[in-house]
Design a protein around this ligand. Structure first.
Ligand code: CO
Length: 130
């Protein structure tokens, strides 16, 4: 029950309870709650230096983000299909994430790291560590 565990952990981390309508915007800079199926997180209550990328509608959102050295990024699959977060240069590779699953990568070196979804190469993004 990996999916349920992720959803619960993220809910606990966010201090958010219960349902609600699917939020229209997933900007990491706005107080936004996304609820869809098992995928639920309050994006305004993250750990400092950490960022969440929501996977939805076959896209990474935000597709480009900045994190400090030592920060981490969590990809959360809010889609109905399975996806991955796979660095183009091999720095990280998530397992195939089922709907509701998440994957966290910590970045210890500065750089611009493009990545993609292995089953859907048109899904791309990049993490800028600075
Ligand atoms: Co995909």
């Amino acid at each position: 029950m990996r999916s349920a565990r992720w959803a619960l952990a993220l809910l606990l981390a966010a201090g958010a309870i219960g349902g609600g309508a699917l939020a229209a915007c997933f900007s990491s800079h706005e107080a936004t709650t996304a609820v869809e199926g098992t995928c639920s997180i309050n994006l305004s209550s993250g750990v400092p230096g950490s960022t969440v990328v929501i996977i939805q509608n076959f896209a990474f959102g935000p597709a480009e983000l900045h994190v400090p050295v030592g920060g981490s990024v969590t990809w959360l699959n809010c889609d109905q299909d399975s996806h991955s977060s796979t660095a183009d240069g091999g720095q990280w590779a998530s397992p195939l994430l089922a709907p509701g699953d998440g994957f966290t990568q910590t970045f210890t070196a500065a750089g611009d790291f493009p990545y993609h979804c292995t089953p859907h190469p048109f899904m791309t993004g990049h993490v800028i560590v600075e």
